[in-house]
Design a protein around this ligand. Structure first.
Ligand code: AP5
Length: 210
């Protein structure tokens, strides 16, 4: 199964994607996570990406496409993948179509998480990540367990000003992908992303079972 999770920054793609990956037994390919690891490790890729990420801008397509090809070539992705944070614009969507076709694969669904901007800003300001496990939490909606509470950190691009810019970039470049996929023969499932995390996961799974 190949799925795209589409939604604004902070809509819950990572949270839902991790749970879906576990339930469906296929990897989550999260371009943002791959880039953050590269930044942390100080690799060439990380150095190229950091400036764009800190400014809330998209990293150039050629960098991203290389990452996605590599992730799809992994043995664990042979049965499918959940794309989180990719594609991010029409050009990336077209490239993904070609990459899947070349590999004899096809998209099964596009899940759109609808969340209003003001909810997003609240989510981002409370988001914390555990640098040890990579788990994502929220100080109010999904608090970290006691053993992780002292080590969780805030992402540098989660400052309110940068979040607002990321939302603009989403509206201009990524949101048009909803119409793009609606015009293609792939089911586009829009779900209410403001529902509680577990309820939303159930809703997504039930849409996929249809
Ligand atoms: P990326 O990491 O992809 O960030 P994003 O799309 O902005 O999404 P986020 O990770 O911020 O949010 P999310 O939707 O995963 O929400 P989460 O589950 O964490 O990209 C970062 C940067 O990398 C980009 O700006 C760009 O520079 C670059 N980049 C990445 N991919 C790229 C690409 N393809 N092309 C070019 N550049 C690229 O949830 C958010 C918070 O809300 C958490 O605290 C969570 O606990 C909480 N929460 C989640 N669901 C709920 C719920 N239902 N109710 C209450 N709280 C919830």
């Amino acid at each position: 199964m190949h799925l795209i999770l589409l939604g604004a920054p902070g809509a819950g793609k990572g949270t839902q994607g991790s749970q879906l990956a576990e339930t469906l037994g296929i990897p989550k390919i999260a371009t943002g996570d791959i880039l953050r690891t590269a930044v942390r490790e100080g690799t060439d890729l990380g150095r190229k990406a950091q400036e764009y990420m800190d400014a809330g801008e998209l990293v150039p397509d050629e960098v991203i496409l290389g990452l996605v090809r590599e992730a799809l070539a992994n043995e664990e992705a042979r049965r499918g993948a959940i794309f989180d944070g990719f594609p991010r614009n029409v050009s990336q969507a077209e490239s993904l179509g070609k990459i899947l076709e070349e590999g004899g694969r096809a998209l099964d669904a596009v899940i759109v998480l609808d969340v209003p901007d003001e909810v997003i800003v609240e989510r981002m300001s409370g988001r914390r990540t555990d640098p040890v496990s990579g788990e994502v939490y929220h100080i109010k909606f999904n608090p970290p367990p006691p053993e992780a509470a002292d080590r969780v950190v805030q992402r540098p691009d989660d400052r309110e000003e940068t979040v607002r810019h990321r939302l603009e970039v989403y509206t201009e470049q990524t949101a048009p992908l909803i119409a793009y996929y609606e015009e293609r023969p792939v089911p586009v499932e829009r779900v209410e992303g403001t529902r509680p995390i577990a309820e939303l996961q159930e809703e997504i799974l039930s849409r996929l079972r249809r």
